[in-house]
Design a protein around this ligand. Structure first.
Ligand SMILES: [Zn+2]
Length: 230
């Protein structure tokens, strides 16, 4: 590509900026991570939504988060399906090989995946249609009002945490207290992460929460007494 053509390729220019501006400032960190390997303590499972930026939210950088993202931040059941599940593979690798100390499941406001679970997707999107079944149990028998969508986003986070506990290596590590689970709901428009508190069965804003974890594993009970997961 000629210089002039490159000037019109904004993404190419950003790649060059990374090398010329960012990398020199952090070169040692990258080289240490190569020499010593990665030892992230956190597996971050988040929605693919472009507005969810895990490094910004958590103030982390290279080497700190092992990240898997998908539509909705859903977790397939362990061993329950025989497709090619990148999310399942990432969970197994993070827990068994990287020995992560925490797993964050992070949903968010205005989630298109949750909305699509109510409204449907084009017939051609066969994988997406099947994928959205992973949130079916969290859907409410109502029209998807903003309030219902918000509650569903949060119910989904809890449902995915429940599924995580169906992974034998996750359950084992949680019970051995070497691994903690964290259910988060990020409200984009407020800049607030709401953290699932298993003891109270509710989401608490990070600005008011005593810790960023989900606490002892318990069934999720909503305020109206409905238990959505066994
Ligand atoms: Zn989303």
């Amino acid at each position: 590509m000629t210089g002039n053509a490159a000037a019109n390729d904004a993404l190419l220019l950003r790649l060059r900026c990374f090398k010329s501006d960012y990398f020199p400032l952090h070169q040692q960190r990258f080289q240490d991570l190569v020499a010593e390997g990665q030892h992230p303590k956190t597996l971050f499972i988040g929605c693919s939504d472009s507005r969810l930026v895990p490094y910004l939210l958590t103030g982390t950088g290279p080497g700190e988060l092992f990240i898997v993202r998908n539509v909705g931040a859903f977790i397939p059941p362990y061993g329950g399906s025989h497709g090619l599940h990148g999310t399942t593979a990432a969970i197994e690798y993070a827990v068994l090989s990287l020995n992560v100390e925490r797993i964050v499941v992070c949903g968010h406001s205005q989630c298109g995946g949750i909305r699509a679970a109510y409204e449907g997707v084009p017939d051609e999107a066969v994988a997406l249609k099947a994928w959205l079944k992973l949130v079916q149990e969290a859907l409410l028998p109502v029209q998807p009002s903003p309030e219902a969508l918000r509650r569903t986003e949060q119910r989904s986070v809890v449902l995915q945490l429940e599924r995580l506990m169906g992974y034998p290596m996750v359950r084992r590590a949680v019970e051995a207290e070497t691994l903690t689970l964290h259910g988060w709901h990020y409200v984009i428009e407020e800049g607030e992460i709401h953290i699932f508190d298993a003891q109270h069965g509710d989401f608490v804003p990070a600005s008011l929460a005593s810790n960023c974890g989900t606490g002892p594993y318990q069934p999720y009970v909503e305020h109206d007494g409905q238990v959505i997961c066994d």
